[in-house]
Design a protein around this ligand. Sequence first.
Ligand code: GKR
Ligand code: MG
Length: 447
Amino acid sequence: MSANTPIVTEMQVIPVAGYDSMEMTLSGAHAPYFTRNLVIIKDSSGHTGIGEIHGGDYTYECLTSCIPLVVGQEVGKYRSILGCIHRGGKQAAGDDGEGIQTLDISKLKFVVKAEWAIECALLDLLGQHLGIPVCELLAEGKQRDQVEVLGYLFYVSDKNKTDLPYLDESQSRDPWFRMRRQEMISHEQIVEQACCLQDKYGYRNFKLKGGVFSGDYEMDTVRALKKQFPQGRINIDPNGAWSLEEAIRLCRGMGSILSYIEDPCGPEAGFSSREIMAEFKNATGLLVATNMIATNWRQFYHAAALKAVDIVLADPHFWGLEGSLRMAALLNDWGLTWGSHSNNHFDITLTTFAHVAAAAPGSPTALDTHWIWQDGQNLLKDTPVIKNGYLEVPDRPGLGVTLDMDQVMEANKLYNRMPSHDRDDAMAMQYLIPGWIYDSKKPCLVR
Ligand code: GKR
Ligand code: MG
């Protein structure tokens, strides 16, 4: 029988790198470069489908090992293709199954599943074949034309304290581009960061990445943000750095300032992070979001049983595009909330998130995106726009965007010049504190 949908004729994996600021988190300080892997799939109709995912050699190798399972297959059977990849997958050496309960970034690669970039590229092809946008192929179809995104604020260290090749944008004509490569550590500077982002992208809601200074200092920054944006939804994410006792002390009475809190505490004293977060919720009554304690269905079972979370940030790169939306449907039926976590990424991920969030039933919380820290280094000719705090959802067939191959090959050259391709936030941090090593219970500047 002849195929009814196009056949995959070629699959390419192209590793790429881009520039970053010296943003600080519990894991340390972002290095001058971040890496990603791109998947480019061509089909017998002459269409090209694209996907982007986590960087590094491990993910690159997972993706290239999938090529024989994809080439020659029918685009319309993408679920069977992914099923075949899953059945062939083995637990990787070094993956203890613990996930990222403690934000050990060396384990992030195991939580991200490389094949979701393949899912994205195949959906892009199927959408082009059918003449409809990807969001129409997902869940219950398109729910909205634009999706709300939040302003992702970071404390940024002074790159001049290192001899690392961070980008200097001090001469840029764009006020945000000038600002984002400079040191920002005071409450006033974080408020200025938020104001600048509001001017450029129209954000009214913000998330502050915590786990850098003491919890008391970071809560003062949160209070300063709320003072500046009284109508804004303000959230802080210390990635589980605080003890339960400290988290309760810091958050009690913050109900009118924090709209929710993300991963305030983690595992301690023999209790899992799910048990600790449930106790935190009981003590404070605050809404809690996570991208650390429910990163797969087994973890989610326990998190839900304990009522440990209200908002699951179901990143499509952890859960798959379909999987993330299965979560969105379930949360919506249960009266809980869906959102998405992010890492540094290019505009292909931005587009993917736009389609997934466009199809999410209910009222998703404003999505995370790091892309504002990368804006300008685009790999697409038609990057979706963030305006008035909302990300546009392309309405052309498939993902509705076109790769800029010149830019992709430039980003690939940068990747090939890097001595190592895995994320290492300790390296830059050691310029600030000699001998610095990661501790899941200590904000990175508290040593
Ligand atoms: O970019 O350093 C970062 C973030 O801290 C990232 O690694 C987290 O995974 O943004 C993420 C989060 O919400 O936890
Ligand atoms: Mg988080």
